[in-house]
Design a protein around this ligand. Sequence first.
Ligand code: DOR
Ligand code: ZN
Length: 343
Amino acid sequence: MTSLTIARPDDWHLHLRDGAMMRAVLPHTAQHFARAIIMPNLVPPVVTGAQALAYRDRILAALPEGMDFAPLMTLYLTEDTDPDDVEAAHASGLVKAVKLYPAGATTNSASGVADFGKIRDTLDRMAKIGLPLCVHGEVTDGDVDIFDREAVFIDRVLDPLRRATPGLRVVMEHITTSNAVDYARAQDDTLAATITTHHLVINRNHILAGGIKPHYYCLPVAKREEHRLALRNAATSGETRFFLGTDSAPHTDANKLLPCGCAGCFTAPNTMAILAQVFEEDAALDHLETFTSRNGPNFYGLPVNDTTITLTKTPSTMPTHVNTEEGPVTVFDPGFPLEWSAH
Ligand code: DOR
Ligand code: ZN
């Protein structure tokens, strides 16, 4: 196959940031994606419906003339979140999900949840109104090895939380382990899981073998090769519960290359070209549209986009950096030349 036209993809997990950074990165998502679930981990976080509305307006104002893109807003769940505000933001059509960060799990997660008892009323309300919970699934306990934090989260937090909140729709975000794939496959259709592009391409050797590579450091951190292969199997399977959430997370090089550097891979510019290659390698190009364009809207109860994107088997060259007023941001390097182009 040398050309593939599919329904326009959506990104079900994206960091757009704000201000100058947002203006620089937004066109890279909007050129390929019709919609994206926008992460609320700004400083300060997007906690209320009013804050989400203001953030959406800033995104739309930053969208270059002639580009068509719909930001799907989320609220950042805190121990003080007001269930009535969540319900109103959902009822108005503004907010499509609520995001749960365990306190301290990742970038700007200090306002996240430490005492899960304190979010009970909000979770019950979300189950009642059918609003999905997007979960950063890692425990933060210092005594749990960072490579085990996702698997431990499933047993200690996620499964009890779901049992205590029947009917709650949950997205396990950016899964990185075979444990998460197995768990997702064993659940009913209230549970889905997103997979990033970079976790289909790198394992932990990419970060640590032959010198430390900060641009491959993200959270959850990439795991062993056997886990990457389990993710490839899940993403390319065509199963309805798995869909794309890139977790494209731009940081300036200055912030990545510190003694304590930021977590995140910036994949917005080359995600679709990389995915075409991954799915072709796994003889699964017929499932690419399912993963990028159909399963996500199906879970969120939204229509599949009626516009299309065409992928052609012509080598693409990506810029290594995107320049922003805050400094350059390195584009994720998959480690192989791109054989596909996205139009
Ligand atoms: O690598 C990551 N970067 N993982 C996250 O969960 C947050 C994100 C960010 O905001 O930079
Ligand atoms: Zn993220």
